[in-house]
Design a protein around this ligand. Structure first.
Ligand SMILES: [Ca+2]
Length: 234
């Protein structure tokens, strides 16, 4: 509570310096999101009913201009975050409905800067439903993305049950943090790293992004929450 009070006071004193934001939907009603690429495959892929978001990704859903030539397909939803924010948290519940298991790469969530410099396209944090579930953190300190990417242990994200995912990121050139917690267990954690992708707009994203496949995959989401706060407030 003390930290919260401090934050509110700081927010009043320095509203331009200290931006804080929070987005939440339980998918019971319509909500606003951004499509963080050119062609709106998302509109075609998403359906909201019974308080759950269902995303159906089909062959040929090329979202970004380069997807067709790069052999990628996607149907993502994004929440824009202030680039002044240094601490970002994205959480949701997710379950596989069909098209799994697969070893072909299927990302289901990432936090990413748009327009990152060439060679910096790999996001600082990502979660996959392929390989039974996997996580990734990137450290850019060497001048290129250096990743720790590994499969989840002790849980399968693609087993058809609901799973909770919490992604935390501190954006920093030297003191960054990347952490993913699944069903209450920390699956990856990197501290003191360079998480700054040096792009333009920071966006929290859910929805499949995959290497091109000939099968349809269905993934459901619920309780999507995105928060961003200045590090000082924590
Ligand atoms: Ca719900």
């Amino acid at each position: 509570m003390q930290k919260l009070s401090l934050f509110i006071v700081c927010g009043l004193l320095m509203p331009k310096l200290l931006f804080a934001g929070e987005f939440y939907t339980d998918f019971e009603r319509n909500f606003r999101y951004v499509v963080p690429y050119k062609h709106n495959t998302t509109k075609e892929a998403v359906e909201r009913s019974d308080g759950v978001l269902t995303v159906t990704i089909e062959p040929g859903m090329f979202g970004a201009s380069s997807d067709r030539s790069n052999g990628k397909e996607r149907a993502e939803l994004g929440i824009s975050l202030s680039d002044r924010d240094v601490w970002v948290r994205q959480e949701f519940r997710v379950r596989a409905q069909s098209g799994f298991p697969t070893n072909s790469r299927v990302m289901i969530s990432q936090i990413k800067f748009s327009d990152a410099p060439k060679g910096f396209g790999s996001p600082p944090i990502a979660v996959y439903m392929s390989q039974g579930g996997a996580v990734k953190c990137n450290d850019y300190s060497s001048g290129h993305p250096s990743q720790d990417h590994h499969r989840l242990r002790g849980v399968r994200l693609d087993d058809g049950n609901w799973h909770s995912v919490v992604m935390e990121l501190v954006i920093s050139d030297t003191a960054g943090l990347c952490r993913v917690v699944v069903d209450g267990r920390t699956m990856i954690e990197m501290k003191g790293i360079d998480t700054h992708q040096n792009g333009k707009d920071l966006v929290g994203r859910i929805g499949p992004y995959r290497d091109q496949l000939s099968v349809t995959q269905v993934v459901q989401f619920d309780d999507w929450k995105v928060q961003s706060y200045p590090k000082l407030a924590r």
